[in-house]
Write a protein that binds this ligand. Structure first.
Ligand code: UDP
Ligand code: MG
Length: 320
């Protein structure tokens, strides 16, 4: 007798912020990929992260065309990390795949990822083969960020791996157990661990619209990454302070000996001023680092939700 077991489900999670111009192309490409995975049921969870263009309108139209699409409208722009968290919370699949809406992540790779998942990997990472489409400065800064982060942090983020990956349900459940409000997803993904394997891909240029990560946002993200996973910037001040104090002590002794031996010469304002400014600068930096961490403690202690859903369209409680 043939027992009909329910199909396993793949959830594709798509954060969207002002992606209106490219969404139709995105859905047709994703749909042609999932049609090749007939063995699986699927859902596409799209998060409208407070877009200011016609993204929501297009998503709602897609919901009426395809019953596998679920749309969560957030009450404002919460940022990609929060949108992704909302998507992971809503996803019900046995495997979950975050995917950018701008087609920079080729959906065709999902087929290979699913194959790896079937053969026992809990996490299948998609690694970018080259960063040719990035500007050289961006490439250099990214490289240095990873190097610094991995040097001083408690867990290692694999290089050239973004949010594009396949995660088993177990991994997603583990991610949901991490209570922090300020979420640096790359770090959280690395922190939970699990059995991983890697597939490679070539990132494509953005199909339409423009990247919402300018230098300021990338800097904020890098800071978030380091302060969320490392306390080295806090403790390093002990050593810097110790070094500066030792050097000042030695130079102070030297001045005393010199004065006793040769008498005092004309006092140098320049060297005095340099020393004062140098120490002042170091102290301000130290206070700044403390401020970064205290700011984070403050925002965590408020316990605000990571995101707020305004409305849900499609899926189980169909609203459209
Ligand atoms: N995104 C988002 N909220 C934001 C910024 C971006 O949901 O505040 C989404 C965006 O729609 C895209 C993904 O995150 O699907 C990656 O963003 P983007 O392409 O701008 O970043 P890049 O590829 O340049 O790193
Ligand atoms: Mg992009």
């Amino acid at each position: 007798m043939h027992i009909n077991t329910p199909k396993q489900c793949l959830s594709i999670v798509v954060p969207c912020f002002n992606e209106g111009s490219g969404l139709d192309a995105f859905f047709s490409r994703v749909e042609s990929v999932v049609s090749k995975l007939e063995k699986y049921d699927y859902e596409i969870v799209c998060i409208d992260d407070g877009s200011r263009d016609n993204t929501l309108e297009i998503l709602c139209r897609q919901v009426t065309l395809n019953s596998h699409i679920v749309v969560l409208e957030l009450s404002r722009n919460f940022g990609k990390e929060a949108a992704l968290t909302a998507g992971l919370d809503a996803a019900r699949g046995d495997a979950v795949i975050p995917l950018d809406a701008d087609l920079q992540h080729p959906p065709e790779l999902i087929i290979e990822m699913v194959r790896r998942w079937e053969s026992g990997s809990d996490v299948v990472l998609a690694r970018r083969k080259s960063r040719e489409i990035d500007r050289p400065v961006q490439r250099l800064v990214t490289q240095w960020f990873y190097r610094l982060h991995n040097w001083i942090s408690e867990c290692t983020i694999p290089r050239d791996v973004g949010d594009f990956r396949l995660m088993d349900k177990r991994v997603v459940e583990a991610l949901k157990c991490l209570p922090e409000r300020r979420r640096f997803m790359k770090g959280l993904f690395a922190w939970v661990g699990f059995r991983q394997s890697v597939v490679e891909f070539v990132a494509e240029p953005r199909r339409s619209g423009q990247s919402s990560f300018n230098a300021r946002r990338l800097w904020a993200l890098a800071l978030e990454g380091i302060t969320s996973f490392s306390t080295v910037p806090l403790s390093v001040w002990v050593y810097i302070g110790f070094t500066v104090a030792t050097v000042s002590l030695i130079s102070g002794c030297w001045i005393i000996i010199k004065t006793l031996a040769f008498g005092s010469d004309v006092p140098g304002y320049a060297s005095l001023l340099t020393a004062v400014l140098f120490l002042g600068g170091i102290q301000l930096m130290g206070i700044g680092v403390l401020g970064e961490y205290i700011g984070r403690i403050y925002s965590e202690s408020k316990q605000r939700p990571v995101y707020i859903v305004r409305q849900r369209y499609g899926g189980r409680n169909q609203n459209v």
